[in-house]
Design a binder for this molecule. Structure first.
Ligand code: ZN
Length: 184
């Protein structure tokens, strides 16, 4: 969930976004198996909703990491890859930022992306509520675990968690790097 110096390892390339390759580490398959095993009964609905929630969580992780990598590029550091592991992701930087304030902005960019997603999700929720009269009517036909309210709640919870967790002032988390760059 932070940016890191490192290697891609045993990973599968899945996409290229804004010039950055996104890889999924092989251990990610274990997470999918684990999530599916958590279901009391495996139904099409439970499988689809579990995989959808995984996609939501890791899309937000990718956007967080893209925040780091695009800001790093502004400071002349070409980020080669973002790797997703079961416990999060990392933008792999080929070298350390030259100046403390570069590190400050590169590190802060990830949590800022999550806060922007929170604002966007709340805005969408309010706008859809105004347009439809009641958000409950929007996807009335869908089961509870795939409803609009449920998905918005997941997006909010995921991004609030990602922002707050990464802002814990301890290395190698973003908060630790931010604190270090302010103190240097
Ligand atoms: Zn981060």
């Amino acid at each position: 969930m932070a940016w890191a110096l490192g290697r891609i390892g045993w990973s599968l390339p899945i996409a290229r976004i804004a010039g950055t390759m996104i890889y999924v580490h092989w251990t990610f398959a274990l997470l999918i198996v684990y999530v599916l095993l958590q279901q009391e009964t495996l139904t099409v609905e439970s499988i689809v909703s579990s995989l959808l929630l995984l996609v939501i969580v890791f899309s937000c992780v990718v956007l967080h990491e893209l925040g780091h990598s695009l800001t790093a590029r502004v400071y002349g550091i070409p980020v080669e890859a973002i790797v997703l592991w079961p416990f999060g992701g990392a933008a792999l930087l080929p070298r350390e930022p030259e100046k403390p304030h570069h590190d400050l902005f590169i590190s802060a960019a990830g949590p800022v992306v999550n806060l922007l997603i929170v604002i966007a999700a709340i805005s969408v929720y309010i706008i859809v509520g105004i347009i439809s009269g009641s958000t409950a009517e929007v996807w009335d036909e869908l089961p509870e675990s795939l409803s609009f309210d449920y998905l918005i709640a997941w997006i909010l919870a995921t991004n609030i968690f990602l922002a707050l967790f990464n802002l814990i002032p301890a290395l190698p988390l973003d908060g630790g790097r931010i604190l270090r760059s302010v103190l240097l």
